[in-house]
Design a protein around this ligand. Structure first.
Ligand code: SAM
Length: 295
């Protein structure tokens, strides 16, 4: 298969309607309930769309930071084979559990999860060198995420609790490193993943900006820079909606804390809005870096 033609002819629309159903409903019955404890999961509809567009049944899909395994689950449901890597043992176990669950639901692809630091992915998965059609992943965005909200109605009191809003307490997790180190580490991961791609393969990254003490961190821009510094070229860029669209209006899916936080920032004169999309960045390996050139 000429995958160069494949990516050119199967272009996505520039805005993906991936938030038409709330994430909770997208996962219901398809993922083990404990998956909800992960603070920053990819929307299953985004993973499903990217996999359907850039791969064929039997192709290999890799996620180097697989969390609870959204990429992996959506891949095996589409008859793709898949390998994920995850730094946190408990998330790696959840990803493996979600893959087993997918098998019981008739998924035909095969999947495996490797527990470890994806900065070493080229070595850890050396047997997969040059074989992946697609790498689909998302970096962590900051140590503290919005997590789950428990309101007074849920906990029998008037208090609003926030839970599952951190990945772990392990300082070595890239989520817990300063942004520059997170981005540099992600660059190393991208380099390792490029070695796993077959000719014509693509790397898709979903990423959104986040705020540190009110300051906007342009993580999508930083990911593009570090990817280009590591031998990749930005081939395309899309907006994957987290919100729904109905009758031309936005149906927000922002969490309670996102709403509160953006309102608080606006009260301080910062024109913040709740996030309604993620950037979907598509990279390919710079041609001249491939032995023999050409895709
Ligand atoms: C944004 S989350 C990915 C979520 C995933 N797409 C899902 O839907 O579950 C990023 C993940 O990267 C993991 N991580 C952080 N540092 C890592 C590293 N060095 N190697 C592998 N995984 C890492 C975090 O533990 C977290 O689960």
């Amino acid at each position: 298969m000429n995958t160069s033609t494949h990516t050119e002819t199967r272009r996505l629309a520039s805005v993906l309607l991936t938030g038409q159903r709330p994430s909770r409903l997208q996962r219901k019955g398809r993922y083990m309930p404990e998956s909800m404890t992960h603070p920053a999961k990819m929307l299953p509809a985004i993973a499903a769309k990217v996999i359907a567009t850039y791969t064929e049944p039997g192709d290999l899909v890799i996620d180097p930071m697989c969390g609870i395994g959204t990429t992996l689950v959506e891949a095996v449901h589409q008859g793709r084979d898949t390998t994920g890597m995850e730094f946190e043992a408990h998330f790696a176990q959840m990803a493996a559990g979600n893959l087993r669950h997918a098998r019981t639901q008739g998924a035909t692809g095969t999947g495996q999860v490797v527990h470890g630091d994806a900065r070493n992915i080229a070595t850890a998965l050396a047997d997969l060198t040059g074989t992946a059609a697609l790498v689909l992943t998302s970096p962590p965005y900051g140590a503290t995420t919005h997590g789950q909200v428990c309101t007074g109605r849920d906990n029998g009191g008037g208090k609003i609790d926030k839970s599952h809003n951190r990945y772990s307490t392990d300082r070595r997790n890239l989520a817990h490193r300063p942004t520059a180190e997170l981005v540099a580490g992600f660059g190393q991961i991208l380099t390792g993943c490029a070695a796993l791609l077959r000719p014509g393969g693509v790397i898709a990254v979903t990423v959104r900006p986040f705020r540190v003490a009110g300051e906007l961190v342009d993580l999508p821009g930083q990911v593009i820079t570090v990817a280009e510094d590591n031998g990749l070229v930005l081939a395309d860029r899309f907006a994957a909606l987290l919100c729904g669209l109905r009758d031309g209006q936005i149906v927000t899916r922002a969490s309670f804390f996102q709403m509160i936080e953006s309102r608080r920032l606006r009260e301080h004169g910062i024109p913040a809005m709740a996030t309604a999309h993620e950037d979907l960045l598509l990279f390919q390996v710079r041609t001249e870096l491939r032995p023999g050139g050409g895709w």
